[in-house]
Design a protein around this ligand. Structure first.
Ligand code: HGY
Ligand code: MN
Ligand code: MN
Length: 425
């Protein structure tokens, strides 16, 4: 396999896809159900079709391409990632994994791999949860985890629900359940992704084989006080929502640091209203993102958050709401698939290391029920979720070649077992 040709094809796709952003010149902003998402999906569909895949877009806004195998009823091998991004993010997070999945399809056909079962390339929508505060919407819909009520319940900060955004985008949210795949129809899942951290780049390792992904809980907290004059209202007469929020937010980092095991807690979004410099804040809304390889640690921090909100309400005389947006357990990935990937790295002479992922991914959702594996490529200076996010196209090509080796081994029936392919039969 000529790595140079693979590198060029991936580079071309990613440079084309980088055009679909709402913030040109300030990184990639491609939120779900927007014209930028539409542009990326139409490009992905074109590339999938040119790679010989049968292409469709599902009721949730995901895009799939299939290379059918002899036995169309056998559980397929799926590879993919998400095509949405964060706000002012990078041009590799998620979308590089979609490009790698399309590249694997090209390689399977170029290698003339006989297919006992089908291969599916996937581009998922709204993995990030940036717009609605949730996460894994597309892959979750594929697994039947979303319904009309949830689509109506979750709203963005402008008050637009997932339901309304889907309608505006041209989807019919009443059909969301049609996005669900028949249980057992996906045998295993592979995701290539940029590391988004400093480990591989610092050690000069070419590829990371992910063995564990952190669990995540996300909350949108609203603390409620009373608007008053900032100058004339004595401190002991205020119900200051900003004071309440400040008491809680300033405690979160310390709670995470206490564990000394990589547990993290982040407040990435905050909004005060009415938002005047001379008005005591009536309401403050802020996000909380808690992650750890220990589910107990995540639960403990979430519990302390609630206790702190109770205490701040009593101390300041206000009230609060704590809306759970996401709750997903830590995940250990398929040892059998990892072993096949390790073998392939050794056969190709790629340096690699096993490693955990501090970032969530569609694999975190899919791997809860389907044998899954992830391959990371180094992120320059460990940076991600920002415009300077960068990975070498040749490293992505190696990840695609390695994934094609795994897919070939499983498609041809060399490596199949109940452990590797759930629903294997
Ligand atoms: O937030 C994350 O960990 C990922 O980028 N969705
Ligand atoms: Mn991602
Ligand atoms: Mn991300």
């Amino acid at each position: 396999m000529e790595i140079k040709k693979v590198t060029e094809r991936i580079q071309n796709d990613l440079e084309e896809l980088a055009r679909f952003t709402a913030t040109p010149g300030s990184g990639c902003t491609r939120l779900p159900f927007t014209k930028e998402a539409r542009g990326a999906v139409e490009y992905i569909k074109k590339e999938m079709a040119e790679a010989g895949l049968l292409v469709w877009e599902d009721a949730a806004g995901n895009v799939f391409g299939i290379l059918e195998g002899e036995n169309r009823e056998a559980p397929c091998i799926m590879m993919g990632s998400h095509y949405d991004s964060v706000i002012n993010g990078g041009n590799f997070d998620g979308i590089a994994g979609v490009a790698c999945a399309i590249e694997v399809a090209r390689q399977l056909r170029e290698r003339g791999v006989p297919r006992k079962r089908s291969f599916v390339a996937a581009g998922f929508c709204d993995e990030e949860g940036t717009r609605f505060g949730t996460g894994f919407f597309g892959s979750g819909a594929m697994l039947g985890k979303w319904d009309v009520e949830a689509c109506q319940r979750f709203k963005d900060t402008a008050g637009i629900s997932v339901y309304e955004a889907m309608e505006e985008y041209g989807l019919d949210p009443k059909r969301i359940k049609e996005a669900e795949w028949r249980p057992g129809s996906i045998g295993c899942f592979i995701e290539a992704h940029v590391e988004q951290g400093p480990v591989l780049a610092a050690k000069g390792t070419e590829l990371g084989l992910v063995d564990c992904i952190v669990g995540i809980q996300r909350y949108m907290v609203t603390v409620k006080g009373r608007a008053d004059h900032a100058g004339t209202t004595p401190m002991d007469m205020r119900i200051d929502a900003m004071e309440m929020a400040g008491r809680v937010i300033s405690s979160l980092p310390g709670w995470a640091r206490e564990y000394e095991d990589g547990t993290v807690a982040t407040v990435g979004y905050i909004h005060a209203s009415p938002g005047g410099i001379n008005i005591v804040a009536k309401e403050v809304q802020f996000s909380v993102d808690i992650r750890s390889r220990s589910n107990r640690h995540i639960d403990e921090i979430a519990g302390r958050l609630k206790e702190a909100l109770e205490a701040a309400s009593v101390a300041c005389g206000g009230s609060y709401e704590m809306e759970q947006k996401l709750k997903i357990r830590p995940l250990h990935l398929s040892e059998e698939l990892l072993a096949v990937m390790e073998r392939a790295c050794m056969d190709r002479g790629y340096s690699y290391q096993r490693m955990p992922s501090g970032a969530g991914h569609d694999t975190l959702e899919i791997g809860q029920t389907i044998p899954s594996v992830m391959v990371f490529v180094p992120s320059k200076d460990g940076r991600s979720h920002c415009p300077v996010e960068w990975s070498a196209y040749e490293d992505l090509a190696k990840a695609a070649v390695l994934s094609a080796d795994l897919v070939e081994a499983v498609l041809c029936g060399q490596k199949t077992s109940r452990a590797i392919l759930c629903g294997y039969g």
